[in-house]
Design a protein. Structure first.
Length: 477
């Protein structure tokens, strides 16, 4: 193998550059050239295939900084449509012309679905990333538990439903224990929860903090480190009566309540609380927004003004209950040590998978008590259900205690190995040294895009090649 490509697809996460770095360092060792494709799959749809040579003379370019969030080669939610065979042939042809012998896609479940048709044309592997932590399986047989149920209201007349599990859940059987990006997202969310607490405390208010994660409650679960009073996850339908009772009990005691709510929380009928807008995401993901707001409306109705006025704790329920979203801050910025370290290993493993001649494989991060965290290769086909679809992993319900509305014992056991030493000394030192650097006030922000732009190369099209050769002929004549 002489030359491979790498692209980052889907929403950005903090550890993408670390994954790229891991891949480039391993490619250098193996004397393999590695090209980074600009803006994910978008680059492949462009006849000129904008790309950057990431390791000329087998040395990484200086712009690769594993401590920087985002991705130096850009990302997009474009994906490859398996029905468009001509387009796929065209992409394969372009990669062939560039001399690309294998492709690494850094992405989540959408990307893994998206790369399936590509893997039929050239060796393609996935290095995982997602703050949602939803790429993986609770146990190896989980894909078999997906069933299709008729639903005339949706596009194809059916939707997928997870049947009740028949497997005994064991943390050590999880496939891809945790994905790069998750730890940093939890770091930001938990810090946000901690900070909002003081406002809730001082002003006798009830805060509802919405965190990301789509239909998986991992980020909400991890936000327990910020010590909210109650956590709501999408995997357990909301029990409003129980919630209101718990809120009042806590408020009576401490005059403030902090609730974390995963953006995908559902009511007793299984309907998302957050308005679900039609997806603009070509991988088929739904856009969720407003779960916290919807919950606030319900709490205002159910608790009522009198409850707050009774003890002069507030004018009205509307004034006392407020919402905040952690938002995209949980997806951006410097990755913490845990993410950087394992993202790099997963990137390196992806190169190894290609070098070993594997196709349609995923580098995964496994955990067990005897070996700790370690990387392995996993056949992507084993993630697919019987119709070929890869589903986002949902948090195993046993990780959450629906009565306490907090992580269960097993949930705590899940979180501990990830977070106990997740923050590096340098993470804190970096902030100390850089945030209030006087230069920040005088120097404009210098975007990585400006530097990378200077390095972008293009595949020459047939017309360009013809013009070039004519010019050369003319010069010789
Ligand atoms: O999948 C990552 C994620 O951040 C989700 O948690 C969230 O629902 C979604 O992406 C937000 O997408 P966008 O950045 O396109 O609004």
């Amino acid at each position: 193998m002489k030359r491979i490509g790498i692209l980052t697809a889907g929403g950005d996460t903090p550890a993408l550059n670390a994954t790229i770095r891991g891949a480039v360092v391993r490619a250098n060792h193996r004397k393999v050239e590695i090209y980074g494709f600009i803006k994910g799959f978008n680059s492949l749809f462009n006849s000129r295939v904008p790309h950057v040579h990431l390791n000329p003379l087998y040395q990484e370019i200086p712009e690769i900084d594993p401590t920087k969030g985002g991705t130096l080669i850009g990302s997009s939610r474009d994906f490859v449509d398996p029905a468009k065979k001509d387009e796929l042939d065209m992409i394969a042809g372009r990669l062939n012309k560039l001399g690309i012998e294998g492709l690494i896609c850094v992405g989540g479940d959408g990307t893994l679905n998206g790369l399936q048709p590509l893997a039929e044309r050239l060796p393609t592997v996935l290095a995982p990333k997602t703050i949602d932590n939803d790429l993986g399986l609770n146990y190896a047989s989980e894909p078999d538990e997906w069933a299709r149920v008729n639903d005339p209201a949706v596009k194809h007349g059916y939707r997928y439903k997870h049947s009740p599990s028949r497997a005994v859940f064991d943390l050590q059987h999880i496939v891809n224990y945790v994905t790069p990006g998750y730890a940093t997202a939890v770091f930001v969310s938990a810090s946000g929860v901690e900070r909002l607490r003081t406002t809730a405390e001082s002003h006798r208010r009830i805060a509802i903090i919405e965190v990301m994660g789509r239909h998986s409650g991992y980020i909400a679960l991890g936000s327990a480190y910020g010590r909210p009073d109650l956590i709501l996850v999408p995997e357990h339908a909301l029990d409003l009566e129980h919630l209101v009772e718990s809120v009042k009990q806590i408020y009576d005691l401490q005059k403030n309540v902090v609730i974390v709510c995963g953006e995908g929380v559902v009511d007793e009928q299984g309907r998302e609380l957050g308005a679900e807008t039609k997806s603009s995401d070509p991988a088929g993901n739904v856009a969720l927004s407003g779960a916290a707001e919807a919950l606030r409306t319900k709490l205002i109705q159910m608790i009522g003004d009198r409850y707050f006025q009774l003890y002069r704790r507030g004018e009205s329920a509307r004034e006392a209950i407020f919402t905040r979203k952690v938002g995209h801050t949980q997806r951006g910025g410097r990755p913490i040590l845990f993410d950087r370290f394992y993202a790099a290993q997963l990137g390196a493993k992806a190169v190894e998978l290609l070098a070993e001649g594997r196709n349609n494989a995923v580098s995964i991060l496994q955990y067990n008590a005897s070996r700790g965290f370690h990387v392995e290769g996993y056949d992507a086909n084993r993630f697919r259900d019987r119709w070929g679809l890869i589903h986002a992993r949902r948090m195993h319900p046993s990780l959450y205690d629906p009565v306490l509305m907090k992580p269960s014992r097993i949930g705590i056991d899940y979180l501990l190995p990830i977070f106990t030493d997740a923050i590096g000394e340098d993470d804190m030192e970096h902030m100390r040294q850089t945030l209030f650097a006087p230069g920040n006030l005088t120097q404009p922000y210098h975007s990585i895009n400006t530097d990378i732009n200077k390095r972008i190369r293009y595949l020459e099209t047939e017309t360009e090649l013809k013009v070039k050769s004519r010019l050369e002929e003319a010069a010789m004549a």
